[in-house]
Design a protein around this ligand. Structure first.
Ligand code: NDP
Ligand code: X2W
Length: 342
């Protein structure tokens, strides 16, 4: 049994980790932290977990995290970097669901995240936890940078054509929409029901902090820097990301065959039949990314549609996928849910 610690158990990714790990046959949750709810029973706070977990939230300082085999940070940016070193020194493996270790160029990270990095040497060691590109490195990693929600959907959609070198790498366009749970559980005006329901808007058009993360991954796949326009939108649903990706083809290719071949054997990437239009509800509550490839009117612009659940493949599910790989467990263990419909 793996001894698990979770820092930040009251947020949306924290409760999603709890939902998954409470049913994981090889995991035992030893500690869940919350500064605000310390001393409160987890199942009293989240009735969905009644009968599944008897733990109480505890303060991070009293959690005994160094006794765990693995600790997940489901905290805001800038928290994991303060505690990762002492945990790693104690032999604990760490998965950060926030962005502290995602961007290799620390100067770029500091510019986008507007803080100084506490441990740049650990950024160099961290493995970017997108199993579809880094599975072998994840196996032996001590420290995983779990990808962002938009970056997961966008990179998985672009990867096959970018790796194949058959598109103009200077003009990649990602038009992405997220449900409001992507903004976390902390109350903010723009996610109030009266603001977000029956409304739709773009945000972060001049630059969103997922831009450098996506660009880093796709540049590595292309073997050269790529140019990317990334426009996120807030859409009035709770879970889900829908990314519409546009590329200009520089060579003719059977895109359907290319995508099917690239993701053959990937348990969590489903390439839909030609002409399909994936819906966010077709992945809701599951660790799946469903992708469809289109070439409207046979022209030289390809349109790729990629959908995920931001809290599962975009966060907690992918984190558990990484944990399964790190500990030599079956990769799909406890994350093989059938999506919820409707
Ligand atoms: N929501 C999403 O779809 C996705 C989120 N992420 C990332 O995952 C992380 C968590 O996101 P989300 O669950 O939405 O966030 P929430 O705001 O919903 O939750 C944050 C959690 O962190 C705890 N926390 C806050 N500050 C500290 C601190 N200084 N020390 C210890 N714990 C702290 C909070 O509890 P308390 O204050 O009581 O301690 C709370 O449990 C973020 O970095 C986010 O960017 C990544 C992918 C997708
Ligand atoms: C809808 C919404 O607000 N989404 C968040 C997604 C960011 C997020 O969750 O952060 P990481 O994935 O980097 O950890 C945003 O745009 O800031």
């Amino acid at each position: 049994m793996l001894k698990i610690g979770i820092v930040g158990g009251t947020g949306y990714t924290g409760v999603e980790l709890l939902r998954i790990l409470a049913q994981h046959p090889e995991a035992r949750i030893e500690a869940i932290t919350s500064r605000k709810e310390a001393g409160i029973g987890v199942a009293d706070f989240f009735p969905s977990l009644r009968g599944r977990l008897s733990l109480k939230f505890c303060d991070p300082a009293e959690a005994g995290l160094e006794k765990c085999d693995i600790v997940f940070f489901a905290t805001p940016n800038g928290i994991a970097m303060q505690q990762a070193r002492s945990l790693l020194d104690a032999g604990v493996r760490v998965i950060d669901l926030a962005a502290d270790f995602r961007i290799k160029d620390v100067g770029i990270w500091e510019k986008w995240y507007r803080m100084s990095h506490a441990c740049p040497d650990l950024v160099a060691e961290a493995i970017y936890g997108l199993p579809e590109i880094n599975r072998d490195k994840i196996r032996n990693a001590r420290l995983i940078a779990n990808p962002g929600c938009y970056p997961t959907a966008v990179q998985l959609g672009f990867l096959p054509v970018v790796e194949a070198g058959i598109v103009d790498p200077d003009h990649l366009i990602a038009d992405a929409k997220s449900g409001v749970s992507g903004a976390g559980r902390n109350p903010e005006t723009h996610t109030l029901f009266a603001e977000a329901a029956d409304n739709f808007k773009a945000y972060g058009v001049p630059g969103h902090r997922h831009l450098p993360e996506i660009r880093q991954g796709l540049s590595s796949a292309a073997g050269r820097p790529v140019g990317l326009t990334f426009v996120p939108h807030l859409t009035p649903m709770i879970r889900g990301i829908h990314a519409t990706l546009y590329v200009r083809l520089t060579e003719d290719a059977d895109l359907q065959a290319l995508y099917e071949k690239r993701y053959a054997g990937e348990p969590f990437v489903d390439v839909l039949p030609a002409g399909a239009h994936p819906e966010t509800r077709s992945v809701r509550g599951s660790n799946l990314c469903r992708i469809a490839v289109h070439r409207p009117q046979g022209g030289d612009t390809a349109v790729i549609l990629s959908v995920t659940d931001n809290l599962v493949k975009g966060a907690a599910g992918q984190a558990v996928q990484n944990m399964n790989i790190m500990f030599g467990l079956p990769e799909t263990l406890a994350i093989d849910h059938v999506p919820l419909l409707p």
